[in-house]
Design a protein around this ligand. Structure first.
Ligand code: NAD
Ligand code: IPM
Ligand code: MN
Length: 358
């Protein structure tokens, strides 16, 4: 019987408020379904650590984390203390890239009882998943500045799309679409404006699609795709996108479904060579930190995704995932909920309510 080792990494801001609630629920689920989990809290990977040490993480962070089965991660970033590109390239983006977590799964669902900002929409109308490429694409540190301070100053920011990197995320997305009832896939593109990367992406999508004759697929430019998330969210089932487009779609989708405070994500290394990382889609929210009003459901749902992935087909872990989702659904419908969902409850009250509903 294997014990799964989980590193709990709060990070910055509301990461410190929502992670304990995620752990509360995951631990309650472990008791109920007899799961074998052990936890260790990681005190580094935060902007405060940076202010003390001049770096976000110790030099041997990779060695110290690689033996874990999963990283359960809050959020990083406090732009008033550390510039965002320093804090994020020094932590989260390192995890994703060095642990080869190339699949980022970001489900979007409108739950019963949530006030939907889109008129006339009901639960069932919004139920899709964004599959985001997570290790390359537009997120790169390639490029540079030249002629700084002169009138010829320019900056160059390169994108990288490798055949291996594009094909593996597309394959994951098509495979996933194959398992879903609607068997539908939309690929985000922008091959009208971006003359190199996106025509290539489209080519690889078309090549992959040939291997999946049962999948109904299309490609949409990112601009109109955003508009259709708002106007026709019921059209979507699996949406596959490059790193940047996937990032944008995965805040827009949850906003259409009421709040980004419930949106979870799983950063997977599907081969399980390295730990996968589970975190809310949202960030450290400096604007509400310290008031205990952050919605912990994104963190809790991410915990459910973590158990499902760790179990890898084991019934108990599957049951724990489904049980947490039912508990979330119940609490969203009946309360208590945090202010982003129109309630008055605190982060901790919601966490306790979900744990009790288990
Ligand atoms: P953010 O997601 O932190 O906040 C955006 C807005 O949503 C804010 O008004 C915030 O109060 C609200 N919000 C976020 N999470 C919420 C929750 N659980 N409940 C209720 N309201 C919530 O995005 P931002 O303001 O652009 O970024 C703040 C910092 O977080 C930056 O440093 C950014 O780089 C970082 N960030 C980190 C991650 C991550 O670690 N995965 C993700 C996004 C942003
Ligand atoms: C996310 C975040 C990160 C991203 C930032 C903090 C680098 O916005 O996880 O969605 O863009 O991937
Ligand atoms: Mn984002």
């Amino acid at each position: 019987k294997k014990t799964f080792k989980i590193a709990a990494i709060p990070g910055d801001g509301i990461g410190n408020e929502v992670l304990p609630e995620g752990l509360r629920v995951v631990e309650a689920a472990a008791r109920k379904w007899g799961l074998d989990l052990s936890f260790e809290t990681i005190e580094w990977a935060s902007c405060d650590y940076y202010l003390q040490h001049g770096k976000m993480m110790p030099d041997d962070w990779f060695e110290r984390l690689k033996g874990f089965d999963a990283l359960y991660f809050g959020a990083v970033g406090w732009p008033d203390k550390v510039p965002d590109h320093i804090s994020l390239w020094g932590s989260l983006l390192k995890f994703r890239r060095d642990f080869d977590q190339y699949v980022n799964i970001r489900p979007v669902r409108l739950f019963p009882g949530v006030p939907c900002p889109l008129a006339g929409r009901e639960p069932g109308d919004i139920d899709f998943v964004v599959i985001r490429e997570n290790t390359e694409g537009e997120y790169s540190s390639l490029g540079g500045r030249m002629f700084e301070g002169t009138e010829h100053e320019f900056v160059l920011q390169e994108s990288v799309f490798t055949r291996r990197g594009v094909d593996r995320i597309l394959k994951y997305a098509f495979d996933l679409a194959q398992t879903r009832e609607r068997k539908q896939l939309t690929a985000a593109t922008k091959s009208n404006g971006m003359a190199v990367s996106m025509p290539y992406w489209d080519e690889r999508v078309a090549a992959m699609a040939e291997k999946y004759p049962e999948i109904k697929w299309d490609k949409q430019h990112i601009d109109i795709l955003c508009a259709r998330f708002v106007l026709q969210p019921d059209r979507f089932d699996v949406v596959v996108a490059s790193n940047l487009f996937g990032d944008i779609l995965s805040d827009l989708g949850p906003a259409c479904a009421g709040t980004i405070g419930i949106a979870p994500s799983a950063n997977l290394n599907p081969e399980r060579n390295f730990p996968s990382l589970f975190e809310p889609v949202h960030g450290s929210a400096p604007d509400i930190y310290g008031r205990n009003i952050a919605n912990p459901i994104a963190m809790i749902w991410s915990g459910a995704l973590m158990l499902d992935f760790l179990g890898n087909g084991d019934e108990r872990y599957k049951a724990a995932h489904d049980g947490i989702l039912r508990a979330i659904e119940q609490v969203i419908a009946e309360g208590p909920v945090t202010p982003d969902l129109g309630g008055k409850a605190s982060t901790q009250e919601v966490g306790k309510a979900v744990a009790d509903a288990l």
